[in-house]
Design a protein around this ligand. Sequence first.
Ligand code: SF4
Length: 218
Amino acid sequence: MEYREEDFLQLSGIQHFAFCRRQWALIHLEQQWQENLRTVEGHILHEKAHDAFFIEKRGNLLIARGLPVFSRILGVSGACDVVEFHRSADGVSLFGREERYRPVPVEYKRGKPKEHRADELQLCCQAMCLEEMLLCEEIQIGYLYYGEPKRRQEVKLDETLRMQVCSMLEEMHGYFRRGHTPKSKPGKQCKACSLEDICMPWLYSAGSVEQYIKEAGR
Ligand code: SF4
């Protein structure tokens, strides 16, 4: 099955959905967004990576920034911060280039690597879009570049990660079709959530406000 363009979801929503389903729905279904320090810092880092969509050549490497991507199979569209195209005989043909290249996505993130796999899932989804668009073989690895420390780490885009991307997107499309915003599940993640004031998770907590504050470790 293939999705129609009008049903495409934002690729970047995967990271919100993996963090908290309600946060994703508030942002992507209800279009609520609250800037806080974290999101502002995140935008600045992304603007540096996305300053324009252009291709830079460095020896055997082509570097594309802000490359738009989509997948009809997954029903998503978005942009890759950076895609490196490494010259390789077993790579793919690119329009206007004689040589063949192997694509490797690189995603920029504010802060440190996280405990959950939201960033890896987003990166893997980008790779799956590139595979579909370029009709290329599976992209084995990608990189996540973290602002702290200023270093990138390799991510293996294995079968487990790919299956998680597929099942998560299926779930997201289900919520999208029904226009359903899940109820909040208050937890530690709420402390780092930019939508806490809108979500008001303590209202949904089974216990008291006092208990919620205690659980959130304030
Ligand atoms: S405050 Fe908590 S429950 Fe509400 S959207 Fe944020 S993370 Fe989810």
